[in-house]
Structure formats: C-alpha cells, structure tokens
Design a protein around this ligand. Structure first.
Ligand SMILES: Cc1ncc(COP(=O)(O)O)c(C=O)c1O
Length: 363
C-alpha cells in the first residue's frame, strides 16, 4: 500500500490539514458506512474513544460501569478516568467475551452502562446483552477495538450498541500509521457531544460550551486510514484463511484448545489464541526458534496492581484467570505466507509433543 499511502500523505501536506479537518471527515464518512452506522467520530486513540463515549453519556463519579476482566487495561482505565468504578463480569469459556448469564446479577442501582469487549476479533453475544440492557434501561458501549469488520448475525461490530469504540493502533485489523481511534453511533445527540468533547468542548472555535479535551484525530491518520479501509475486507479474509489453516493443522492436538467461532459470529481473528497447560515453556520454545508468539493477556484486569484497591482476590473471576494462565497467541497477520504458517505449525507441534514426553517421563 506504500504508493497509495504516500500519495494520500502528500495530499495532507499540500493542504496543511494536519489536526482534524477534511481528511478525517472523509474517513469518518467511509468508516460509518463500513460499520453500517449513521455516524463516526475520529479521535486520538481507542482509549479516548471509550472515555469520550462514557463522558458523553454523562457517566461520572459514583457510577458503576460493567465490563470484563479479560481485556486490555484501556477498557477499565476509560471507566476510571470518568470517575466511575469498573465492575467486572467473567467471560464465557468458549468465546472469551462477556458471559450474558452472569450479567444481570452484577447490575446495581449505580450501574450506568455496560461495555462488552469483542475480544480477539469475535463479538460478544450481543442479542442477549442488548436484551438485558434494554430491560434495565442501560446503554451498551461496544469495545470493538479488536473487531473491525467482525459480525454478529450479519450486523457489524460497533453498530449494535449505543456507541461502538475502535482503536486504529498500528497492529489492529485496521491500523493507522500511528495512534488513532473512533466512536461509531446512530445517535445524533451523542455524535454532537463527542465532537465537542474531542475539541475542548467547543461547537464553534473559541466558544466553549463544555469542558472537553484535545482528542482529535490527525489529518495524516485520517488519510492513511481511508486508504487502508479499502483493503480491510481482503485483509480480514486473509486472516480468516490463516485461522482455517491453523484450525485444520492443529485439530488433532489434544493438549491444545483451539479458538471457536460462535454460530452467531464472523470472526476476524485480530488474534489467533489457543489454550494450553504448558504455555510458558511452549512460548519460550517458539521464541528460541525465532517465532514470536504473545500472551493476551497474562494478568486479568482485576488482578492488576493498579486495581488492587478494588479488593478482588484470586478466584474472583475464574474463567478469566484460567485463560490468562493458558492463552497463547500464534502469529496472525494478513501477509503471513503458507511457508511461514507451516513453520509455525511444525515448531508448535514439535514443542507440544516434546513437553508431552517430558510429562510422561516424570509421571
Ligand atoms: C480491547 C481494547 N480496548 C481498548 C484499546 C485501546 O486502544 P488504544 O491503544 O488505541 O488506546 C485496545 C487497544 O489497544 C484494545 O485492544
């Protein structure tokens, strides 16, 4: 995409539209259309997107916002930075997203919003969550930072709740050339408020109706994202094909739990995450063979030092905790070649059978 990106960046330089401006506005239109939503508002990053969506909904001190402990820290940080308290609900063992069966019992009179996280590229069970939210009069903010183009029963991630929040961090399925994010919403009122909040609370230059912040998207990022959005469907298809390859090749390996695509989902595999007991040894072995794997995430949010004050001990959210010990992310990006995929599978299987025979010898 280099030539297309360089042309797009040159246009931004030629017009000096660096902060917000027309290139961001064009991307916003394209991205809203892609998500099947009425509006999108470009912001500085995904953390800003969640934070501003919460602020725009009037959430603040004394409020509670429900989310999951198995997510990137930013989901909870955004809640805390509104002055609200994150309340965690454990994840479903198969999809690794908010377990709707546990949701209702976490709702209190202080609950003001629910943030399901579409983890690893697969949406949460939105119908079940939206039904509870509707009944209890609560807005749903989708954390779709890992789910650009993912679908739930044919509906795009980010378009189903009151607002959907996206990160365009470079490693995401739709990645900028730096930091960027967006909120997607069908609400005109929410759009107007977030547009003001991202720009110092002003509707008109130097006339400040609200106390806002500086959370604009850069012009260069808007222009680059517009180019990359045209390639997103193809890139997601490539990820899905790689996932199918891993699924087929690893199907018989009994020590490994493979990711599942729920019947409701079109998974876009931001990450391909397997589970295994002997994770740390296999991770090190892969690194020794020059194959970088990852752990997303090694410590669930409720056990992070920063959230110790909430008082959640080990065992509070057992599924998230077990997953944190067993998750291993295999290499996943659209440009992976068949040779690379075969090498990953070969080394991974070799390491698994080596650790199996170690167990057998010591047993
Ligand atoms: C689930 C989730 N939420 C929020 C974020 C925050 O996005 P950003 O890094 O753009 O602030 C990320 C990405 O890093 C994420 O993966």
């Amino acid at each position: 995409m280099r030539d297309e990106l360089e042309t797009a960046i040159r246009e931004v330089i030629d017009s000096s539209a660096f902060a917000g401006g027309p290139f961001v506005a064009k991307f916003e239109q394209d991205f809203a259309a892609f998500c099947g939503a009425a509006n999108s508002i470009g912001v500085g990053n995904g953390t800003d997107a969640i934070w501003l969506a919460l602020l725009a909904l009037g959430i603040g001190a004394g409020d509670e916002v429900i989310t999951v402990p198995m997510t990137f820290m930013a989901t909870a940080e955004a809640i805390s930075y509104c002055g609200a308290k994150p309340v965690f609900v454990d994840i479903d063992e198969r999809t690794y997203t908010l377990d709707p069966d546990l949701l209702e019992s976490a709702i209190t009179p202080k609950t003001k919003a629910i943030i399901p996280v579409h983890l690893f590229g697969q949406t949460a069970d939105m119908d079940a969550i939206l039904e509870i939210a509707k009944r209890r009069g609560l807005p749903v903010i989708e954390d779709a930072c890992q789910a650009h183009g993912a679908e739930y029963r044919g509906r795009k991630a980010g378009s189903m709740g009151t607002a959907g929040c996206f990160s365009f961090y470079p490693g995401k399925n739709l990645g900028a050339l730096g930091e960027a994010g967006a909120v997607v919403t069908n609400s005109e009122e929410l759009k107007n408020k977030i547009q003001m909040l991202r720009e110092h609370g002003q509707a008109k230059k130097y006339y400040h109706t609200l106390i806002g912040w500086n959370a604009r998207m850069d012009g260069i990022q808007g222009a680059a994202l517009r180019v990359k959005l045209k390639h997103l469907d193809r890139a997601n298809e490539a990820r899905r094909a790689h996932a199918r390859f891993y699924d087929e090749q690893l199907a018989g390996v009994e020590e490994v739990i493979l990711p599942t695509q729920a019947d409701y989902a079109r998974h876009v595999y931001h990450l391909y995450v397997v589970r295994l007991q002997d994770r740390d040894r296999v991770l090190q072995g892969m690194a020794d063979r020059g194959i970088s794997c990852g752990i997303h995430y090694p410590i669930p949010v409720h056990l992070q030092e920063a959230y110790r004050f909430l008082g959640h001990g080990k065992g509070s959210f057992p599924v998230a905790e077990r997953c944190a010990e067993e998750f291993l992310s295999l290499p996943m990006y659209p440009e992976l070649t068949t040779t690379q995929l075969e090498a990953v599978v070969h080394e991974f299987k070799t390491l698994i059978s080596a650790s199996k025979s170690t167990y057998e010898r010591t047993a």
